[in-house]
Design a protein around this ligand. Structure first.
Ligand code: UT7
Length: 343
């Protein structure tokens, strides 16, 4: 070995523990009854087709942004983990709604949470962003490059929603929130991610996108001034994609871990439409306890939905040490993925 060859690092297996979780929701509630007053829709239609009853909407004038919500969620997760902000090595924010193109949401969250000069960057995987972030953060710790990594899912997607009848298919679905996990290296190598899957198909990006200008419209015939900078969604196409890919990604992740569906204690899924989750529940014979839902209160909160739900489940004592938990997401891109953990 030459003098210049770096010494190989000892390959000790490192466990990764979800040491703490936190969440933040905006104070403004928008119920289905409120939507009835804004557009041609009904509580009955929304509940039947989606399972959603109300959602939270950020208050920009009141200072709520993806960054402030993300900071609140992170501080709660740090307190829950009994970790000081100065101990965090790296912060990754899953978001598609940073307040500005730069600085990133993660840089501002790190600053406001008092994380000193910890590394910080954003990852945009839309509604699957938190899953991708979780998978990546895990590998930084398992690979020995970091001891404490914070992952934050934060989105204020309703700024891209048109709250009139014109934009009703997105308006009924989406809400704003943030959630965070603090991940730490753990001496028990059995805890941490057991298997993961990450996929994308940009060829189907046209089904869910936010056109920024006339030229961004996939189909020029669909150009409408009211649709610029607003969510453009082919609901049926996204629905079909989700009910097909959701079971596939569960099967793929289980196969990689050599497990079967009933071995997993909890499926913490992206909350988009209760009918999508019901189809997965039926397909794998899962109970409501195994595949829980909270979208009736929050709607689809993009990258926040998975950490928001997991934080609730932990607070309710429904996550036991040693449980197997599969985190799942799908969304714009199109993107989809899974992350199976022994917690
Ligand atoms: O993170 C991923 C995010 N996106 C998703 O997960 C979206 C997945 N897709 C869905 O959740 C559903 O497609 C929606 C909830 C968006 C729509 O439900 P749908 O059962 O696919 O409804 P549709 O678009 O086929 O519309 C059925 C009918 C239409 O009326 P006609 O043509 O049958 O007379 C629509 O005009 O319902 C009407 N409609 C509404 N009525 C009341 C569509 N949106 C609404 C509404 N309120 N908000």
């Amino acid at each position: 070995m030459s003098a210049r060859t770096p010494k190989p690092r000892p390959q000790q297996p490192v466990g990764v523990r979800i040491a703490g979780t936190g969440a933040a929701i905006p104070s403004r509630v928008l119920s289905n009854a409120d939507l009835e007053r804004l557009m041609d829709t009904s509580d009955e239609w929304i509940v039947q087709r989606t399972g959603i009853r109300e959602r939270r909407i950020y208050d920009r004038e009141g200072g709520e942004t993806s960054e402030t919500l993300g900071t609140k969620a992170l501080l709660q997760a740090l307190e829950n983990a009994k970790v000081k902000p100065s101990e965090v090595d790296l912060i990754i924010a899953a978001t598609m709604t940073a307040d500005m193109p730069t600085p990133s949401a993660a840089c501002l969250i790190a600053h406001h949470a008092g994380c000193g000069e910890a590394g910080a960057f954003d990852l945009n995987g839309a509604c699957c962003g938190f899953i991708f972030t979780l998978n990546m953060a895990h590998e930084f710790i398992r690979g020995g490059q970091a001891k404490t990594v914070a992952v934050v899912g934060t989105d204020t997607i309703t700024r891209f929603v048109d709250f009139t009848t014109f934009g009703r298919n997105a308006a009924i679905l989406f809400g704003d929130a943030a959630g965070a996990f603090v991940l730490r290296a753990d001496p028990d190598p059995a805890v941490g991610m057991q298997a993961q899957s990450m996929h994308a198909d940009g060829g189907r990006g046209c089904h869910l996108y936010i056109p920024k200008r006339r030229e961004s419209f996939y189909n020029p015939a669909e150009y409408d001034e009211r649709a610029v900078d607003r969510i453009h969604m082919n609901g049926q196409a996204v629905f079909k994609f989700a009910v097909t890919k959701f079971p596939q990604v569960i099967e793929e992740t289980l196969a990689r871990a050599e497990l079967k569906a009933s071995d997993v204690d909890l499926y913490v899924c992206h909350q988009a439409n209760v009918r999508i989750l019901e189809s997965a529940r039926e397909r794998f014979g899962l109970s409501h306890e195994q595949l829980p839902v909270n979208m009736e209160r929050y709607g689809n909160t993009v990258a926040a939905s998975v950490p928001l739900l997991f934080n609730e489940l932990r607070a309710e004592g429904r996550v036991r040490d040693g449980s197997l938990v599969m985190f799942l997401g799908f969304g714009a891109g199109l993107t989809w993925g899974g992350s199976l953990w022994r917690v």
